[in-house]
Structure formats: C-alpha cells, structure tokens
Design a protein around this ligand. Structure first.
Ligand code: AMP
Length: 576
C-alpha cells in the first residue's frame, strides 16, 4: 500500500491505531471508563453517588443512574454561574458548548474541555485517513461553508459558543486541520463575520478566487452546502462583477470582512468571463460544483439523518463528484467515524471509536415495552446486528450515562466495534393516539410526495410538520416549501400521498376509524424556511449546526407562527 505521509500526519499510522483499538473494543472501553472515572474521582456528582473510587463498569452502572440533560441542568447551571469547584469534573470547566437546539426546540449548555477537542481531532484524523486512502487529496485548499457564533460568556464568565465555534476558536484545531489538508480558503474574518448572508457571499467569492486550488467542498451539515449553492444561483453575476472589477459588492458591509476580502481581490476579467461562461452553459445548474471547482475530489459533510432530504439537490449540484458523509457526533462529544468512505450517504455507517468515551446502548426492539420498563443498556461489544438502540454516552467532560436521544441501528462490526447507522432522534415523533411516526417516517412520506412534484419538474425545498389537536379528531399538518408553482390537482395528490405514505399501523388504523382526521398539507411561500433559519440565528445558533425542525412542538411558538403566517395554500387529504 502506498505510504501517504503528509505534513504532520501519517495516515497509515492513524489507521493502524484505529485497527488496534477496535480489535479489543471491550478492553479499550473498560480502560476508557477507568480513565474518565479516575480523572474525575473528585467530582461532587460522582462522590454523591457513592462510587468511592471504583472504576469498573459493573460498579459504575450500579451506582450511576441513566440521565437526560434535564437531570443535569442544576449542576450545569452552577458551573455556568461560575462555581469552579469540582462539580461534574475533576478539573474546572472553562467553556460551555451551546447545542443548536434546532432538533428539540430548546438550546442547552453542555461542558466543553480539552479532551473533547482532542476527541474531535482524533475523529477527523481517523475518517480522513480512510478517506484519503480511497480519494487522495493533492496540495490545495478546501471551500468550507462554516460560520461561527459570536463569542459569548456565561453569567459566571465561562466561554460560551456553539460546539463548532469552540472548535474554530481553538488554536489546536487549526494546526490539526492543516495536518489533514483541511485548510479553508476563506479568511477568519469571513468565518467569524457578524452577518451570515455576507459571510456566505464571501465564502463563495473566495472559492471562485481559489477555484483551481479547491480540493474539497465542505460544511458541517450538508444543508449549508445546498443553501450556499441555492444562493449562488441568485448572486453569481454579482460575484462575477466583483471578480472583474476587483471590488467587493456593497452588500458586504461588515468592515472587518470587507478589509479581509479586499486583500484577496484584484481586477481579473479573464476569471470573471470564464465563470460567466461556465454558469451560462449549465442546464438548470446540474454539475455546478465540479464546473466551478475543476480539481475538487469530493464534497464532504454530514449527509445522514435530518440531512438526507437535501441529498437530491446536493447530487444535482455535484454532478459526478462523490458525496462523502462525515462523522457522527454531537455537542456532547463525538462518537463514531465514517471509515467506509466509498459508501453512498444513504448507506453511510459510523464505527465507534472505543477510546473517546464510554458507550452504552438501550435496546429498542420493542419500543412500546421500552417506554414503561426501566431501560437496561448493553455494552458496546454486546450490541446485535440489525437491532436499534438509543445511545448513552459517558464522556471526558462531565456527562455520565447521558441519554443523547439518538436512535442508531447496528449494521455490522469493524473488528469488535459496532458500525452504526443513524436512524433518527428518539423524541421526534408525530403522535396523536396510538400512532407513532419518527422524523424518518416523515422524511419517507415527503419523499414519496416529492416524486409527484418531480414529474412536474418541481422539488421540495424544505419541510416541517406539527400535530394539530385543536380539531376533533386531531390531525397531522405538513408544511412544504416548493421550488415553483404546482397545479391544484398535483398538490391535492401530494396531500393524499403524504397521508397514505405514513405506513405505521397505529396511524393507518386510526385514520380508518377516523380517530385521526385527514392530513393537512400547507404549502408555504418561498423563503419561509430561510425565515426559520434566520429566527434561530437571531437566538445565537450558527448556520453550521442548523437542522430544520421537522416537527414543531406546541412550545415552539415562534416557529409555529412563522410557518402558519406564511401559508399560501391548504389541502386536506381525501385518501381514506
Ligand atoms: P448538535 O449538538 O446541535 O450539533 O446536534 C447533534 C445532533 O445532530 C446529534 O445528536 C444527532 O441527532 C445529529 N447528528 C450528528 N451527527 C450526525 C450524523 N452523522 N448523522 C445524522 N445525524 C447526526
């Protein structure tokens, strides 16, 4: 095998280390737990639970309860308020990550520390090593649609930002990214710019300026890449003008961003003409990305779970360029790396790194039973192929037996560590009585309706849903933003199709006996979902971590208002 040695990282060595730790995943897990518990033995939380210095999994499980974020809120609150005693960890926590809150509607603080930073780099190194074996990069840059939140402080003076912001701000991150040839082409001022629209425009401009050097196109979640190229369709001529004249558009007003960009710009009519010609020659923007960036090897970002609905559009922009789904993790810490980069995103799996945390899995075979019984998690190496589990994390930053709320399926094993497929968030379900539909069920239903729209050369831009129990009986409401005008007949058929495509037995039987009313389709105006994104940005979320809320709960009043105030047309299903 070809030795791929690059500045700072020997990919063969990274792969060897991964192989070694996954060969004895069970042993590495015990060691990891021991390390976590030793480092944090003085933490008040663990002391109160009577662990008394024991570090074996059996004692750990018998003393420490399974918890959710809610159970830890009082402890996290004290840390955020500036109490620097050993509360959840041995060493004081200096930074908090703010989760995006876009899946659950509520933003939450979770502790961040150097160990989580190191875990992140380990995950990135691992998946890069496998990726680079199949798709080697040359010297160059990466076009990265990444955005940082404003650096904030908690009441007690701890650093507070989104998890990605905590990464981008960390000096180790930059050197770590350089080592895996993952240097962005945009100046920091663009990433840290105060306005996301302006930053997005400048990311696109930087990409074009360095177009020959671009080796990969990246965003944390695929949604940002689709958003960026949808924007490109609108502003490409303006971008060409900027390049032609060497002058930045007046739409970018942030001084720091203007100054940084102006340093990169000089009049370049040849490049402007070339891009103009390329864009004019494309049919409906198919293959836009490789056309603009002829040396790009792949597109990279999280494309699984709630990102799957964007794959169709992403493929359209990508043409023949491979799509590679990035790793699996959360603000609470990383879990698993994509070590099979050749698999298409729909089949992507994630191999758990046994040394970055201690992981347990709550079996979900019989969902109904699980709701009532005390869950009995199994260990990392005890999981069974083809079964679904809720994942429980113990990390190096003060979370012990923490229910992440994600459902994963075991697809196989890499040595003795499981390869997981992300299924959905556990709590995201449409439910009125005995029916239960997950985010995945909703996605499949919308995909079916999308096929009817595709026949009319239209597409679903984005979607969401809610349960309306103000009617009797209650019913599902699905909001669709569509790329253009569809006829009344097609939209009525879409509505019926959505209703029919929820195949959950509880739903179907409830619909038949009219215990659930006809599904309602509300078509919203173009730009509605951008308003939702902007609403979250206003709350401090970053685009990099944004996930469209697919099911809007009654507490999420603002998002409900945005959706309900932008309805263009309404249909009720006649399917049952
Ligand atoms: P946040 O903490 O806001 O960044 O969100 C983390 C959540 O994003 C996780 O708990 C998952 O639900 C979702 N997520 C992260 N990585 C992936 C992935 N590779 N595939 C699907 N969903 C993911």
């Amino acid at each position: 095998m070809l030795e791929k040695k690059m500045e700072g990282i020997n990919t063969n060595k990274v792969i060897e280390e991964f192989e070694a730790s996954t060969k004895d995943a069970g042993g590495v897990q015990r060691e990891t737990l021991k390390k976590i518990l030793e480092e944090n033995a003085s933490a008040e939380y663990l002391q109160n639970l009577g662990l008394n210095g024991k570090t074996d999994p059996e004692s750990f499980k018998s003393c420490v309860p399974l918890v959710t974020h809610e159970d830890l809120e009082a402890y996290i609150h004290r840390i955020a308020e500036g109490d620097s005693s050993s509360i959840l960890t041995g060493k004081p926590i200096l930074d908090m990550s703010l989760s995006s809150g876009t899946t659950q509607g509520k933003r939450k603080f979770v502790p961040f520390n150097d160990e989580l930073m190191e875990n992140t780099l380990q995950i990135f190194r691992t998946s890069f090593a496998f990726r680079n074996r199949e798709f080697p990069l040359e010297e160059g840059k990466s076009l990265q649609f990444v955005y940082s939140s404003k650096p904030g402080k908690t009441k007690g003076g701890l650093g507070a930002g989104t998890a990605t912001t905590n990464l981008f701000r960390n000096s180790k991150y930059k050197s770590g990214m350089k080592a895996i040839q993952f240097q962005g082409c945009s100046p920091d001022e663009v990433i840290f710019g105060p306005d996301f629209h302006q930053s997005l425009y400048c990311h696109l401009l930087c990409g074009l300026l360095f177009r020959e050097e671009i080796q990969s196109v990246f965003s944390t979640f695929a949604h940002s890449i689709v958003l960026a190229f949808r924007r490109f369709e609108q502003v490409w001529e303006e971008l060409c003008n900027d390049i032609r004249d060497g002058e930045l558009s007046s739409r970018v007003t942030a001084l720091s961003v203007r100054m940084a960009m102006q340093k990169l710009l000089r009049p370049n009519p040849e490049l402007a003409d070339l891009i103009y010609k390329k864009c004019s020659g494309l049919s409906n923007w198919y293959g836009l990305i490789p056309e603009l960036f002829p040396n790009a090897k792949y597109i990279y970002g999280i494309m699984t779970g709630s990102m799957e609905p964007y794959l169709k559009k992403l493929r359209h922009y990508a043409g023949e360029l491979p799509l590679m789904s990035a790793d699996y993790g959360s603000s609470e810490g990383w879990i698993a790396a994509n070590v099979n980069p050749k698999l298409p995103p729909e089949m992507a799996t994630f191999a758990v790194l046994p040394n970055i945390g201690y992981f347990e899995f709550i079996p979900l075979q019989d969902n109904a039973e699980c709701m009532y019984k005390e869950p009995k998690p199994v260990d990392l190496t005890e999981v069974k192929i083809d079964e679904d589990y809720e994942i429980v994390v113990t990390n190096f930053a003060g979370l012990y037996r923490y229910r992440l709320g994600d459902v994963v399926r075991v697809m196989g094993f890499h040595n003795s560590t499981p390869e997981l497929k992300f299924v959905c968030r556990r709590n995201l379900i449409l439910s009125i009585n005995i029916d239960k539909n997950t985010e995945k069920d909703l996605q499949l239903s919308v995909e079916e309706a999308g096929k009817l729209l595709a026949e009319e050369k239209l597409e679903v831009v984005d979607f969401s849903s809610l349960v309306d129990v103000s009617t009797d009986p209650g019913h599902y409401v699905i909001f669709l933003e569509i790329s253009g005008e569809a006829s009344e007949e097609v939209l009525q058929e879409c509505c019926n199709c959505l209703d029919r495509s929820f195949v959950d037995a509880g739903y179907v039987s409830s619909r038949k006996v009219k215990a659930i009313g006809p599904l309602e389709l509300r078509v919203v105006w173009r730009g509605t979902f951008l308003k939702i994104l902007e609403h979250y940005l206003g709350l401090g979320t970053v685009v990099s971590q944004f996930k469209t809320p697919r099911c809007v709960g009654p507490m999420n009043i603002k998002v409900q208002q945005i959706l309900c105030n932008n309805v263009a047309k309404t249909y009720f299903s006649t399917a049952f």
